[in-house]
Design a protein around this ligand. Structure first.
Ligand SMILES: NC(=O)c1ccc[n+]([C@@H]2O[C@H](COP(=O)([O-])OP(=O)(O)OC[C@H]3O[C@@H](n4cnc5c(N)ncnc54)[C@H](O)[C@@H]3O)[C@@H](O)[C@H]2O)c1
Length: 257
C-alpha cells in the first residue's frame, strides 16, 4: 500500500486518464478526490470505483480549475472532511469549442483562451494548493504535461485525418514542464515537491491508419493506455520519490526518442 491514508486530489479525475489515476490511488490505499467540472461523469466514476474498491474512500467535488473561488471551496471541503491534503494532481484538460484546429486556422482569441484555461488553470490550482501545503509544511504536486511539450510533433502521423497537434497544446505543455521546475525551485525548503509526467498519445478509439503510423515510432507496445501511466503517478506520489523534485518523467514507450 504505497499511499495508505494519503488524501489526493485529482483535477479532471472524471476523464480518460484521471479515472485511471483515481483507480490506482484507491488500489494503493489512498483517498481520491475527483475535482472535475463534469458532475455527471464524476458521479459515474465514484459509483464504478466504489463497486471495484468497496473499502476505499472516494469523493467528487464539482470544481472549475479556472476559478479561484471554486479551488478555495474544494480545498476547504477536503480539509473539513479529512483534515489533510497530501497531493494535487493537475490533470484537467480544459479546451474551448474551437480547440483542435490546424495552425493556420487558430484565431488569436482562441489561442489565448485555451492557453489561459489550461496553463492558467494549472497555475491557479498550484498557487492555491501550494498555499495550503505551505501551512501544512508538506505536500506534492504532480502536473500532467505531454511529450508534445518536450519534442516537436511528428505531423506525418496525422496523414489525411482531420487530426493535428494543436499549437496551443505545444505551448501549454512545454510551459507546464517549466512551470514544474519553477515551482519546485520557488518552494525550496517548504516540504513541497513538484514534478510532472509527460505521456505520449493515449489510446482512445483513434483511426487505425493514424495508429499504425503512430505505432511505427514506438519501441514495444505502441500507443499506451491510461493504466500504463499509473506506475509513474504512484512513484511520484509515494515516498519512493522523496528526493525527486522538479522532474519530468516521460512515459511514451520510447516514442519521442
Ligand atoms: N489523452 C492523451 O492522449 C494525453 C496524452 C498526454 C497528456 N495528456 C494530458 O493528460 C491530462 C488528462 O487528459 P485526458 O485525455 O484524460 O482528458 P479528458 O478530456 O478525457 O478528461 C479531462 C477532464 O478534465 C475536466 N475538465 C475540463 N475543464 C475543466 C476545468 N476547467 N476544471 C475542472 N475540470 C475540467 C473534464 O470535465 C474531463 O473530465 C491532460 O492534462 C492532458 O493534456 C493526455
Amino acid at each position: 500500500m504505497l499511499l495508505k491514508d494519503q488524501v489526493i486530489v485529482v483535477t479532471g479525475g472524471a476523464g480518460l486518464i484521471g479515472r485511471s489515476f483515481v483507480s490506482a490511488i484507491l488500489a494503493q490505499g489512498g483517498t481520491a478526490v475527483i475535482a472535475d467540472r463534469d458532475e455527471g461523469a464524476g458521479d459515474a466514476v465514484v459509483k464504478s470505483q466504489q463497486s471495484q474498491h468497496p473499502l476505499a474512500s472516494i469523493d467528487f467535488v464539482k470544481t472549475d480549475i479556472t476559478s479561484r473561488q471554486s479551488l478555495q471551496a474544494l480545498i476547504a471541503a477536503v480539509h473539513q472532511k479529512y483534515g489533510r491534503i497530501d497531493a494535487l494532481v493537475n490533470n484537467a484538460y480544459p479546451r474551448n469549442q474551437h480547440y483542435g484546429r490546424k495552425f493556420e486556422d487558430v484565431e488569436f482569441d482562441d489561442f489565448n483562451q485555451n492557453v489561459g484555461m489550461h496553463l492558467g488553470g494549472y497555475f491557479l490550482a498550484s498557487q492555491q494548493f501550494a498555499a495550503y501545503f505551505k501551512k501544512q509544511e508538506r505536500g506534492s504536486i504532480v502536473n500532467m504535461a505531454s511529450i508534445y511539450g518536450v519534442v516537436a510533433p511528428r505531423f506525418d502521423v496525422y496523414g489525411d485525418t482531420p487530426m493535428t497537434m494543436p499549437v496551443e497544446y505545444a505551448a501549454i505543455k512545454s510551459a507546464v514542464v517549466h512551470l514544474t521546475k519553477y515551482l519546485a525551485s520557488y518552494l525550496k525548503g517548504s516540504g513541497i515537491r513538484v514534478n510532472c509526467i509527460s505521456p505520449g498519445g493515449i489510446l482512445d478509439a483513434q483511426p487505425e491508419a493514424f495508429l499504425a503510423r503512430y505505432n511505427s515510432y514506438s519501441l514495444s507496445k505502441g500507443m499506451l493506455e491510461p493504466r500504463d501511466l499509473q506506475g509513474a503517478l504512484l512513484f511520484l506520489l509515494s515516498n519512493m520519490s522523496q528526493f525527486v523534485n522538479g522532474q519530468n518523467i516521460i512515459v511514451d514507450d520510447g516514442w519521442s526518442l
